[in-house]
Design a protein. Structure first.
Length: 335
């Protein structure tokens, strides 16, 4: 009685990988043609030999058929090897990380930028910066050598930077926020990018942020009772009056004016971002060279290569034997 539990083929990964070779194994080792394409090759090769030798001896015809089958299977074997190698090439083409991992001296953010560059043909900088704008901002930073005591001075020293951070929409920050609050928000975003290292994904950042905003919209404060709202506003007004004008003015000035050291720390982030971007651009040529070498040296996996080699050897021996016997019959005049 048949045990149904034994039907259905192997379940383990190792067993499935072994069975996957059966189509090649049984097709190449059988003595008869497998499939219509192989049969067509056998017919073509047989006809060539029949036209040349015009044998009348059944034994000679049998040897010719053996030769044709071996030739067809060898041709198919070479085609299998070519296709398998082509798959290796395709994998290298569509998985740039295989070549990037071979590069020396590139890691972190430049590596992530390079991955984005080779995949999509460009690097998307954070905070909607463009290479041109970033370059001009860096020029402003290099020329700066003093201190900033007001927003007006900041705009004078850094017109491009001020214009960019003013136009960049920042979630959770009012449109009329001062330039220093905006600079802090932008620099914090750049720091986040640096922390991500080679997991650089700025190309998809707008989509991710859009999805996040859709899934988690800002909470709307519940409307208070009109009477409670009036009480709350009176309380805030009373609390505000407790502060003297001098204190308010001092707090506002302190908020607007970071120390020179704090300002330079934020500005330095733009210089570092530019350096990472330039490093990624410089690595493209190195990447193309490594990729070319990998393609030239691409080989099949050792186990698969060994299997195909054994089939090739067996078929070549069988072909050589059949050709020797045919030539012996020709020499004896028995064709």
């Amino acid at each position: 009685m048949t045990n149904r539990k034994n039907k259905g083929g192997p379940n383990s990964a190792e067993g499935k990988a072994k069975v996957a070779q059966n189509a090649i194994k049984h097709g190449l080792t059988t003595v008869s043609p497998t499939g219509p394409d192989e049969q067509l090759l056998v017919t073509q090769f047989s006809q060539e030999l029949l036209d040349f030798y015009q044998p009348k001896n059944p034994l000679a015809k049998l040897q010719i058929e053996r030769i044709a089958v071996c030739r067809a299977k060898l041709k198919r074997l070479y085609e299998v090897e070519r296709v398998r190698l082509q798959l290796v090439y395709e994998e290298l083409e569509h998985k740039p990380e295989k070549a990037v991992e071979k590069l020396v001296g590139i890691n972190g953010v430049p590596k992530g930028m390079l991955m984005e560059l080779v995949r999509y043909g460009k690097v998307t900088l954070p905070c909607r910066l463009t290479p041109t704008v970033l370059g001009k901002i860096c020029e402003e930073i290099h020329l700066f050598g003093g201190s900033v005591k007001s927003e007006e001075q900041f705009h004078q020293y850094f017109p491009v930077l001020a214009a960019h951070i003013k136009s960049y929409p920042i979630r959770g920050l009012a449109e009329d926020a001062n330039v220093f609050d905006r600079l802090t928000a932008v620099s914090d975003r750049i720091v986040q990018v640096f922390k991500q290292g080679d997991q650089y994904e700025e190309l998809h950042r707008p989509l991710i942020e859009s999805m996040f905003a859709h899934l988690y919209p800002p909470k709307v404060e519940e409307e208070l009772d009109p009477q409670m709202q009036e009480i709350l506003e009176q309380s805030r007004a009373h609390s505000s009056k407790k502060k003297s004008d001098a204190v308010v003015e001092s707090e506002t000035l302190q908020k607007r004016l970071p120390t020179t050291a704090a300002l330079m720390k934020k500005l330095q982030l733009f210089l570092e971002l530019s350096k990472y971007y330039e490093r990624a651009l410089q690595a493209v040529e190195q990447y193309e060279s490594v990729k070319s070498m990998l393609l030239q040296s691409a080989t099949l996996a050792p186990a698969e290569s060994d299997l195909l080699m054994r089939y090739q050897t067996a078929l070549e021996r069988r072909l050589s034997s059949a050709m020797g016997e045919l030539l012996a019959l020709e020499k004896q005049g028995s064709l």
